[in-house]
Design a protein around this ligand. Sequence first.
Ligand SMILES: Nc1nc2c(ncn2[C@@H]2O[C@H](COP(=O)(O)OP(=O)(O)OP(=O)(O)O)[C@@H](O)[C@H]2O)c(=O)[nH]1
Length: 602
Amino acid sequence: MSAPTQPSEIAREVLRLFAARRISPTPDNFRSLYYEVAGTPDADGPFPDKFVRVLARQLPRDTGERARIARQLEQALAENNPDACRQALAEYLASLRIDQPPPWNELIGTLLRQWESRQVGWTAARKRESLDHVLGANDPATLFMRLQGLVRSWLQAPADPASPAPPASVQAATLPAADTSEAGNNARPDVRVLASGETGEFLAAYQELLQLALDSVVPPLLAELPDLAQEAGKFSHAVKTATSAEDLRAIATRLRKFAYRLEMVGGDRAEIQAGIINLLRLLLENIDQIVVDDSWLGGQIELLRDVLGKPANVRLIDDAERRLRDIIYKQSQLKHNHSEAQRSLKEMLAGFVDHLASFAESTGTYHDRIDTCADRISAARDIAEIGDVLGEVMRESQSMREQASRSRDELQATRERVREAEARMTELQQQLDEASRLMRHDQLTGVLNRRGLAEAFEKEAARARRHGGTLSLALLDLDNFKQLNDNFGHRTGDEALVHLATIIRKSLRPQDTLSRHGGEEFILLYPDTTLDQAQAALIRLQRELTRNFFLSHESKLLITFSAGVTEWTPADTMDTAIQRADEAMYAAKQAGKNKVIAHPPA
Ligand SMILES: Nc1nc2c(ncn2[C@@H]2O[C@H](COP(=O)(O)OP(=O)(O)OP(=O)(O)O)[C@@H](O)[C@H]2O)c(=O)[nH]1
């Protein structure tokens, strides 16, 4: 008989062998029999979890990113999830990748060529001076970056027509000594232009350009440095009032020094920024110890660590700020709620205990007195004596009754206070719910909520408007989510939403934004992305989701989504763009689900 090839046939044969060989039906035995019957080698073998466990303990956690992945690995091991273990190990390996060294040979080649060429505005002395300054960088990465910037500015400067570059050997010999002096340094380009017959026109254009840079380009960069901004203003004024090339040359000398100061300030700022990010990281490393036990807060902190682990850019800083604000807000609300609840409980308990004590004391005294009376009655010799004792019993009972009724009133008042405390607690809970609503992040998935999306959209639309860039918006809706909820329960439905959000987040670029629009709908913003590119990104996302099954109670569930995508135009509000994406998403559902449909703006 030929070996079975269909999985169902193989499985049937495996079951038969279990019985025939009396082998215990463990997953490992099933696996090895399966490959034996199929006649193919077991490529993976059983998952070496013991080995991975030892490895996980020894993995260096020298960066926030690696510490995070090592935690993920431990979690996957604890959940006995080989797929997640493999993924965490792959991520860890990726984090060890050593960046390629920058292409120094190319850069030095271009630098030499450009050094020998002549560009308008770049005398040899000026080039040397700039190079000296750049060589002051104190680490190779900065040196590479600055050198690249310098060579780029030479490349971008127009070639000097009046002075074709001589061969290198000649040029080295003919570099005029005067060039190294300040006067020679500045004189060359202007003198040539003055002699060219187009002096007036060139000077006017040069002046205009310089002024434009000083009035429009420099001030926004110096918003926090009013002294330097003021100096730029003075330069602009000097350029405006300059009447000759001589005037401009004098300004150029001062302007060069000013440019160096700007460069130094830029370097300082970069250092300050790196310092602040390090401080934030340190804060986050320790914040776990002080926050109350709240899984949402834990998730937010984890995400924030993630954000700070990536190279800083303005969008990531925005995101970090939003998350930190939410953490602080919720933490303060929870703390307030806690201490209020504690105070009310303490008061109630103290009152109750006092009350019980005094009640017990008074009933104890009453019983003692009644006992004494009983003794006196049994010892009484005549009716008159009994009458006295009975009178005392009546008085004691009357006083006990009064005390009991007082106690009842006090108990009622205590109950009233408990009721008020309860109402206050409910009110606090509502305030906390309101606080959650006011936050920018969805409590279940940790991605932005509608409020967060509205803020992000405003910023992205403003950026696109400013730079004339593109911005695409997509609306995603999980397919057959009701069925998933009905078959596996609401909690599994929630876990599917978290899974989807996690996969999407992993596949996004740092500048993209993900938000939960409600229920099983998500909205994505793709800055600097055309409609076609966004559609392609969504299709890649669909594939990613097919590769990463959603695991629920040991079973792998395939979840899919339908999406509509559109491109924002300056005439759009967030709602009009969402409406277009929604229409396209609806069309995707109609077309059979698990599809992405684009809806270009009219
Ligand atoms: N578990 C869970 N379910 C939710 C949540 N929000 C909405 N739902 C459920 O999502 C389901 C959405 O159902 P439908 O709108 O009929 O959509 P669907 O079943 O995905 O069908 P199609 O969109 O046509 O593919 C409803 O059963 C809601 O109760 C949530 O936060 N968690």
